[in-house]
Write a protein that binds this ligand. Structure first.
Ligand code: ADP
Ligand code: MG
Length: 477
């Protein structure tokens, strides 16, 4: 086989990965190899029969479409099981075969955009022509379950998606933050589908990565005028995972784009895993611009919401697998025990689906207990904010928060300040320079000194160690 073919394959893989998402990709396609490409037929191999039949029945069309997008001459995909003996390949990472992390479980029931019109293939084309990131049609408003933790975010998202071109912009930017797997991407893509379906305003969805490597470079090759012109076409700019935006010049472009859009009355929507104040590397002006719109946090999925999400997922999966059923006690069990996030819920159901398909057994509580065991994790530690640390420490030591941030060096504030910095380092993912900035603009070496100091002390000072444990408990409850 020619090198060029392998190169095509790696392009197609990337497309596929972007198309189905990392989880699905690594569950099903990571060990797929190109064997041959002849006369419009692509022969791909996978290591097991199970993988072959699963991919055949669930993803054959997608794989073909990805090839065709790259090479229009490809007309057919052939899947084969490669035998382990014929190759002395390096053993792949062990991956439990019957325990896929994610499969297409939403089904056709979700392929509507909340405006009564089915999602058209063309919608995605318009979007991609603008340089947008790939969208998953299953992530729409209809499949988004609303509960206590996300009511406000969903309402704001809906408002943005349905606003008319001539409506005044109500909040700009709309900034949604939440931990991993709590529905940010789902909501953002729902806005994109629904917004583009109305034809009122063009919605462009970009991951921060895409913004950095696609959008920004496109902008750079244009004149300032052409840039303004191309922004004019965008009614709503949606940026996902803003925490990944890196680099000084990218940020300058981001700031520029943000200002240009907001000033022109265009809507900007942003999702991130942290509030604007915690976006370390952004400069203050951008941060305050981001905080100047509507900032909404989505909390963890409560048990009730998890149950509803599971129920909706089962309904959707039944579109593809009519015999699949999960009794209510099993749903309750999963909702109660798999508390981590939406991705694990999806993973749990996918395992039950795969298991019941493969063995032909109906889903029972016992099966569920066995299959989801490793998804039951201890409660994820709460996201601790630096402000909370400062507040709790100040209260504990009877000083004010501004004392902690001040440059005063009296003993009664120096120690609490060091404790607070130590907690900031151990309970958050913030860098030393960032912590320094949040403590009245101190140098990172000062923070490092404080962290080392407290680390040294807790080893010998039982009382201090207990005090710090107490503070940690308060902050993580
Ligand atoms: P994030 O982008 O916040 O990390 P995602 O939007 O990717 O999270 O959500 C992870 C998974 O959980 C997705 O499969 C998503 O559809 C599902 N999910 C999260 N919240 C909800 C919800 N409220 N209703 C339905 N599905 C949800
Ligand atoms: Mg996401």
């Amino acid at each position: 086989m020619q090198n060029a073919d392998q190169e095509s394959w790696s392009r197609v893989r990337e497309r596929l990965r972007a198309d189905v998402g990392d989880d699905v990709y690594s569950s099903w396609f990571a060990r797929m190899d190109l064997e041959a490409l002849e006369e419009g037929t692509v022969r791909l191999s996978v290591p097991t029969r199970f993988l072959k039949s699963w991919i055949q029945s669930h993803y054959a069309e997608r794989v073909l479409a990805c090839w065709q997008a790259h090479d229009a001459k490809v007309g057919r995909i052939e899947l084969i099981v490669r035998s382990a003996v014929l190759r002395n390949a390096v053993p792949a990472k062990p991956r439990p075969e019957a325990a896929p992390a994610a499969v297409n479980g939403h089904g056709d029931a979700g392929r509507y955009n909340g405006h009564g019109r089915p999602i058209m293939p063309g919608d995605a084309n318009i979007h991609e022509a603008l340089g947008g990131s790939p969208l998953d049609p299953r992530l729409n408003f209809d499949s988004f379950v609303v509960g206590r933790s996300n009511t406000l975010a969903q309402a704001a998202a809906k408002q943005v998606a349905t606003a008319k071109r001539t409506d005044p912009v109500m909040f700009n930017p709309l900034y949604i933050h939440a931990g991993v797997g709590l529905g940010k991407t789902h909501l953002l893509q729902a806005i994109t589908w629904a917004g583009n379906a109305t034809g009122e305003r063009k919605v462009l969805y970009l991951t921060a990565e895409k913004f950095m490597y696609g959008f920004v470079s496109a902008i750079r090759t244009q004149t300032a005028l052409a840039f303004k012109e191309s922004l004019r076409g965008i009614g709503v700019l949606v940026i996902d995972d803003l925490q990944f935006l890196q680099g000084k010049s990218t940020q300058a472009e981001f700031c520029h784009t943000l200002n240009a859009l907001i000033d022109a009355g265009r809507q900007v929507v942003i999702a991130s895993d942290r509030p604007p104040s915690d976006l370390e590397s952004l400069d203050d002006r951008v941060r305050s611009r981001l905080a100047g719109g509507l900032v909404v946090e989505m909390g963890g999925l409560g048990e009730e919401l998890r149950f509803e999400i599971l129920k909706a997922r089962v309904m959707a999966a039944r579109g593809h697998h009519p015999t699949f059923d999960v009794p209510q006690p099993v749903l309750s069990y999963i909702a109660k025990t798999v508390t981590h996030n939406g991705r694990d819920l999806e993973g749990a159901l996918n395992r039950l689906l795969a298991h019941s398909k493969l063995t032909g057994h109906t889903v029972t509580l016992e099966m569920a207990e066995r299959e989801v065991r490793d998804l039951i994790r201890p409660q994820e530690p709460k996201r601790v904010k630096i402000e909370d640390i400062q507040r709790v420490v100040a209260r504990q030591y009877n000083v004010s928060r501004s004392d902690l941030l001040s440059s005063r060096r009296t003993a009664n504030v120096v120690r609490p300040r060091q404790v607070a910095m130590y907690l900031a380092k151990t309970l958050t993912l913030r860098s030393l320079p960032e912590i320094g900035r949040r403590f009245g603009g101190r140098d990172h070496t000062t923070v490092l000194h404080a962290v080392r100091k407290i680390e040294g002390l807790v080893g010998n000072d039982v009382a201090l160690a207990e005090e710090i444990e107490g503070l940690k408990r308060q902050l993580q409850e």
